[in-house]
Ligand binder design. Structure first.
Ligand code: FAD
Length: 397
């Protein structure tokens, strides 16, 4: 099957980066196809914390109201704790800005995004795997499985939003990420918390209707010592961190554990083999900073602005890619590196203790570190509201 019309844009992966890009470009008049290998709703190992840097973008996408209706809570405070029962709490705010941070259940949130994409006119093909791409002025995507099996999709622009590059997931992993949903946790409904243990950290994010996501990152050394059961590792962290223990006392697990090895890819990909990359497909964060979704949303927002301009000015994809890489590095690289640095430090008990001493004596230091990580990201300084014309509908990118 060959689709009768070429699409302006084909996106691989309907996670937050792919869906948000699809919504933006479809509303701008582009014909967009979103190809997802899974079927919504699908699970994703994630704490579900959406940082305040995304407030403006979620507003642009018109998502605040559907998120409220879905019952996702607005988060207002961040609590950090270390072993020996020491903790500190700060407000989740970026000075001088009205912001909201959210707690979401990824299973429901990603489905909500896909629904919005459909409403915006995006053709969403689930259970669709692309086996090969032929690059040219019009790219040809060959589908091997699913709803489009044996089909060829033609698109002027192709974006890879398919998450972490599986090709780079070789050799020893950096850490293991696990997540499950619980109810009846002793957690204020608007407080996100991160609890350090000697060989990992555990985040608790309220996600609405009395539920929380418990997501933790465990050092490989725990697995080498024979700890294989996710519940057993959480029990160990609870023994080591009294604050975490109290929050989960009496809580009931309502979904099974889902896990993923975390590989921190070294080589970033922006534009390769005719494809732009967004979100985790560029390079992934250490989850400790809670900025993976910010990178997903903001890289897509960055690319959307550049594609619109590129199409209007008939720029080559390479020219757009140069600007995309430059702006991505300027706006997002520092945050990604900081998350990896914090990830390394946080699993060294001595360092976590020293940092807690500093934060308790100078809370302003923690507030400004948080504000830096979650500050607003580049937004198009001169957005052009283009009326989609023939040249835009089939961009000569
Ligand atoms: C333990 C853990 C906790 C985390 N907690 C947080 C948190 O609280 N806050 C935060 O901001 N970040 C967090 N993150 C990071 C966050 O989950 C990711 O950064 C984010 O999901 C990246 O979004 P994405 O759209 O780029 O990719 P993904 O969400 O991975 O979506 C990719 C999509 O592409 C699909 N796909 C894959 N291959 C193909 C293919 N070949 N063809 C078609 N479709 C394909 C997949 O099925 C998936 O739907 C956490 C990560 C881990 C591991």
């Amino acid at each position: 099957m060959t689709m009768t019309h070429p699409f302006d844009l084909a996106i691989l992966g309907a996670g937050p980066s792919g869906s948000s890009l699809a919504i933006t470009m479809a509303r701008h008049g582009w014909r967009v196809v979103l190809l997802e290998k899974g079927k919504m709703p699908r699970d994703k190992v994630c704490g579900g914390f959406i940082g305040p840097a995304n407030h403006e973008l979620l507003e642009e996408l018109g998502l605040h109201e559907p998120m409220r209706q879905a019952g996702f809570p607005i988060l207002r405070n961040l609590l950090l704790s270390v072993p020996r029962d020491r903790s500190i709490e700060i407000p989740l705010e970026v000075p001088g800005k009205t912001t909201t941070a959210w707690g979401v259940w990824r299973r429901e949130f990603d489905e909500l995004l896909v629904k919005e994409a459909r409403k915006a006119g995006v053709l969403v093909l689930e259970r669709t795997t692309v086996s090969r791409i032929e690059n040219g002025k019009i790219n040809r995507l060959f589908c091997s499985e699913g709803s489009c099996a044996g089909g060829v999709i033609e698109a002027a622009v192709v974006v890879n939003a398919s998450g972490i590059d599986r090709g780079q997931m070789k050799g020893p992993f950096h850490a293991m990420g696990l997540a499950a949903e619980f109810e009846n946790a002793n957690v204020p409904p608007s407080q996100v918390s991160v609890h350090y243990a000697p060989e990992g950290h555990c985040g608790i994010d309220p996600i609405g209707q009395g539920r929380v996501t418990v997501g933790y990152v465990a050092d490989p050394v725990l697995f080498e010592r024979g700890h294989k059961d996710p519940a057993e590792i959480l029990a160990l962290f609870r023994q080591q961190n009294g604050c975490l223990h109290r929050m989960l006392e009496g809580a009931r697990q309502i979904t099974p554990w889902k896990g993923t090895p975390i590989y921190l890819v070294r080589k970033f990909r922006f534009f390769q083999e005719g494809m732009f990359h967004v979100g985790d497909a560029v390079g992934n964060v250490n989850p400790v900073g809670g900025i993976g979704l910010t990178l997903a949303f903001q890289s897509s927002r960055l690319l959307a602005g550049l594609l619109k301009r590129g199409a209007a000015a008939e720029l080559s994809p390479e020219a757009v890619a140069r600007d995309y890489e430059r702006l991505w590095r300027r706006e997002l690289l520092g945050r990604l590196r900081m998350s990896r640095f914090l990830g390394k430090l946080s699993h060294k008990p001595f360092v976590a203790e020293v940092m807690m001493n500093i934060f308790q004596s100078f809370p302003g230091f923690l507030k400004s570190a948080f504000a830096q990580q979650h500050a607003f990201v580049y937004s198009d300084p001169n957005p052009r509201r283009l009326v989609p014309g023939p040249q835009e509908r089939h961009p000569s990118l």
